[in-house]
Ligand binder design. Structure first.
Ligand code: AMP
Length: 542
């Protein structure tokens, strides 16, 4: 028997309509290239979105056409998100930190018809535009007075586009399974692969992300998404905030700038924020040096790479609860979240330190399992390491225009490429990327856990662990360290003894190398392939 409920399509358009009707006066604040504090509200934002949608109609785009963005988190980027998706096109967000060849590759692979770009990225585009055959126009996201000079053809000013188009527009009725956004993963090997989000997956992820044990977004929140809108839709915050009616504060190109972040938090009374560990290091360094506090800030969600305990404990001293989360581009991105900080009184201090660094439990909507090399499911005992697989309605079922994806199996599970343990309560601990695991004497060493421990050392700014060949054990861990004192090297023996009692004895790295800088990918993750290349001739001392 079928249920007797209405079949209303789940679309991004419905989020826009809801915010416009019920949170029209809620503020959106952003740092943009022409205004250090641009302020308006959802009503005005979505009025301008209708102007943009009219512009698209004038360009004779066809439903499903890809329109790209190369932009920071600000109000214009938010407008472009909604105008593209709600008018039936696909908002393709491009990570400006990718190499120019990768940017050319993905613009051509996606066959983008128009590209919206922040003036900061004009010189990048000037170098590649003649290799992007499908692109019919480049829209510079600024005012007519500040339009930069360029020799490129088909360059359009964003604000002129808004001024010249009517703010009356009839939104099309969209199929909930049609595509609304596209984001390419920046893997360390091979060409980037496109993840094509649907309206339905985006709306379901929005419900999931807003939940109290996930990002926990409500109408009483002021949200500062520091995670970029060019990477997995800023973890869904551009949809959660309008859906919940939360005030949004966007940092523009200042997302790595501690003083600006502190000023935004204090002036706009930010209650919650989300970002990768490095941005928090910038904020905490600034707070430490200036003596400022962040009194309105209640929670920060940290993910994208493992969050060291030292960051969480420093946030504690400012009264901020750190919530560790895990996910990936293919998962829209939220997979798991660890909200134990909300009831830390249930744990002894040691037990709390141990439990808060794992990435928490799957949020409702995401199913997980760990498997061995033969694909057999492993127990949830907190000890067994295995390849982490996931499934759910906001997880991609394949890659855009890729015939065979090895990561997708016929039984409907997606192989994340991460290695994890899961304990009896369902808490997931990410120990490595599959390609980065270190096998010593047939047993796995968690490089993430060793790195976390190393960053707790007061003189260590950043640490990475890679496996290097060893005549007896097959592989042993080599620790690579950037120290806080520039170029300073610490006694290796002393650093090694720092690990004692903190991790298993046989996990302690055999040797330490000091470097000025650790290489990172375009999304800020440690580039272990490059490190392995740099240390390819390294031999452990006898
Ligand atoms: P991306 O698709 O670029 O967002 O990268 C996703 C990958 O980042 C995951 O598969 C993990 O390897 C890593 N990652 C994300 N969040 C965490 C976390 N909290 N701890 C450890 N690794 C993480």
């Amino acid at each position: 028997m079928k249920g007797l409920m209405m079949d209303i399509p789940l679309t991004v358009t419905s989020i826009m309509h809801h915010a416009e009707r019920f949170s029209g006066k809620t503020e959106i604040v952003s740092v943009s290239n022409d205004n250090p504090r641009h302020k308006y509200n959802y009503k005005e934002a979505f009025r301008r979105v209708r102007c943009l949608a009219n512009a698209f109609q004038g360009w004779k785009l066809i439903q499903g056409d890809r329109v790209a963005t190369l932009a920071w988190n600000d109000h214009r980027h938010l407008e472009t998100y909604y105008a593209t998706s709600c008018a039936g096109y696909v908002c393709h967000t491009i990570n400006p930190r990718l190499f120019p060849e990768q940017i050319i590759y993905i613009i051509n692979h996606a066959a983008d018809s128009y590209v919206f770009l922040d003036p900061d990225f004009l010189s990048l585009i000037e170098d590649v535009s003649d290799q992007c055959a499908h692109v019919r126009g480049w829209i510079v996201m600024t005012s007519s007075e500040l339009m930069p000079k360029t020799n490129m053809s088909n360059v359009i000013c964003y604000e002129t586009l808004i001024e010249e188009n009517s703010d009356e527009f009839f939104w099309p009725e969209l199929d909930e399974n049609s595509a609304c956004a596209l984001c390419y993963t920046s893997g360390t090997t091979g060409n980037p692969k496109g993840v094509l989000y649907s309206h339905r997956s985006t709306v379901l992820h929005t419900y999931g992300a807003m939940m109290p044990d996930a990002l926990n977004v409500s109408s009483s929140d002021v949200v500062l998404p520091i995670v970029p809108m060019f990477h997995v839709n800023a973890w869904g915050t551009p949809y959660c905030c309008p859906a919940a009616g939360a005030k949004m504060v966007m940092p523009g190109n200042k997302m790595g700038d501690g003083p600006t972040l502190a000023a935004l938090i204090n002036e706009e009374k930010v209650t919650t924020s989300a970002g990768v560990p490095t941005v928090w290091l910038n904020l905490l360094n600034h707070l430490r040096a200036s003596g400022e506090t962040v009194d309105s800030l209640k929670r920060v969600t940290v993910g994208g790479s493992a969050c060291p305990l030292s960051i969480m404990e420093e946030f504690d001293s400012y009264g901020v609860d750190t919530r560790h989360a895990w996910g990936m581009t293919e998962m829209s991105p939220l997979g798991t979240s660890n909200p134990t900080g909300a009831h830390r009184e249930q744990y002894s201090p040691d037990a709390f330190s141990a439990i808060r660094t794992n990435v928490g439990r799957p949020i409702y909507g995401v199913d997980v399992k760990i498997v061995d090399d033969q694909g057999l499911e492993l127990p949830w005992d907190g000890d067994a390491f295995g390849a982490l697989k996931v499934r759910g309605p906001w997880i991609c079922s394949g890659y855009y225009e890729v015939a065979n994806s090895e990561a997708h199996s016929e039984d409907g599970w997606f192989e994340t490429g991460d290695v994890a343990t899961i304990d009896a309560q369902g808490f997931v601990a990410i120990t490595d990327r599959t390609k980065d695991v270190i096998k010593s004497g047939g047993e796995w060493i968690s490089s993430i856990e060793v790195e976390n421990c190393a960053t707790g050392h007061p003189q260590v700014a950043e640490a990475a662990v890679i496996g290097r060949p060893h005549p007896k054990w097959g592989e042993r861990p080599l620790l690579i360290v950037v120290t806080l004192g520039e170029g300073e090297e610490l006694p290796v023996g002393e650093l090694k003894s720092y690990f004692e009692g903190k991790i298993a004895k046989w996990w302690i790295p055999d040797d330490v190398k000091f470097v000025a800088e650790i290489p990172h990918t375009a999304t800020g993750k440690i580039q272990k392939t490059k490190l392995r290349d740099i240390f390819k001739d390294y031999v452990f001392p006898e």
